[in-house]
Design a protein around this ligand. Sequence first.
Ligand code: GAP
Length: 428
Amino acid sequence: MDEIVNLCKRRGIVFPSAEIYGGFRSTYDYGPIGVQLLRNVREAWWRSMVQLRDDVVGLDAAILSSPKIWEASGHIDSFADPLVDCRQCHERWREDRIAGSCPACGSKDLTEARAFNLMFSTHAGPVEDESTLAYLRPETAQGMFVNFSLVATTLRRSPPFGIAQVGKSFRNEITPQNFVFRTREFEQMEMEYFVPPEDAPKWFEYWCEERLQWYVDLGIPKEKLRLRHHGPEELSHYAVQTADVEFEFPWGFDELEGVANRTDYDLRAHAAASGQRLEYFDPVSQDHIVPYVIEPAAGATRAMMAFMLAAFDVDEVAGERRNVLRLHHRLAPYKVAVLPLSKNDALAQLVSKVLEMLKPHYMCDRDVTQSIGRRYRRQDEIGTPLCVTVDFDSLEDAAVTIRERDTTAQVRVPISELLQEVSGRLDC
Ligand code: GAP
């Protein structure tokens, strides 16, 4: 874990937010490499959940949201953690995460637990009173429920079909921890799949398997993943069935994503509160039916961390230790780095020509500082699958060397065939 946190800072992946002021309450900024990696996680999710399917459409709902949504959804009443204060050192803890004594000072003198609502509130408008109260959404899911009818009507959909969304969510977590695993500002990738009520158990199983496989297809070894079904005492207020896709983090198996059978809880709640009908017409039974919802809900920032942990490897190249991020090519921040053997105008011009050829197709880096060996190490550490080296012979033979990250094997190819050679080697 320490190696990943250190690598993230050293290589421009994740920085502590407001670091020049000593940091700010477990918030993080994604640097130039991290922003690319996170974007690739999102895009891989969108590709699999929307682009490659006929039955799912996308949505981007507002983050700033009406209290009416959260009243109806039950979040104002139920989205709370039990909080206790230590009377000795005044630290504050989640009661269900500590074993009856303060983890900071060991005192057992704790207050009674109080419900602490996790939603961030603010005011939308110049007046700060009840009339302008707004919430930052604590999940993207409600955007899909309140837009259910608009999407179904405008896109002419009826169950089974899904609405997918990727975006920021906010929770005033009492104990943010483990780097970007649990933060107050984070990113979710959620899909609400609306189904005929009697088909819900079948679709729940389907989505559990699909979602587990997504992580495997993107390079996480199967033995580092598992599905864990929730017992009745663990279910959220809206769910009758939930299974977590868990990953083996350095501290043990923990949640990557939750798949829940939310029944018709949310649509019925919003229909009752808004007075609108949130249902579909079933031509067979000639009935208006409120669909059930199967929800695979993943964290993009948490997934990014898991992909990095699973991909991190240390091996030896020519007797030297190297760190290498064996990321799936689809996730790699840069697909290709183009490296001139030395700083020389003629080589620089050829590098520009090579980049002009590759950049419209792939995210590329031009890396010119330090020795070629160090540059290979740097690219290995951020997971770049291919390095293309331009040397003095390239000026004569119009060829360059491709080096592969995983094997460090090198092959000389004519520049005229480079794009084809690169495409053939990239799995994305
Ligand atoms: N709509 C259902 C829902 O939000 P959740 O289990 O609370 O369910 C879904 O959240 C996923 O969002 C989690 O599995 C996790 O990956 C991510 N997530 C939740 N809270 C988070 C936090 N504080 N920091 C980072 N990721 C978080």
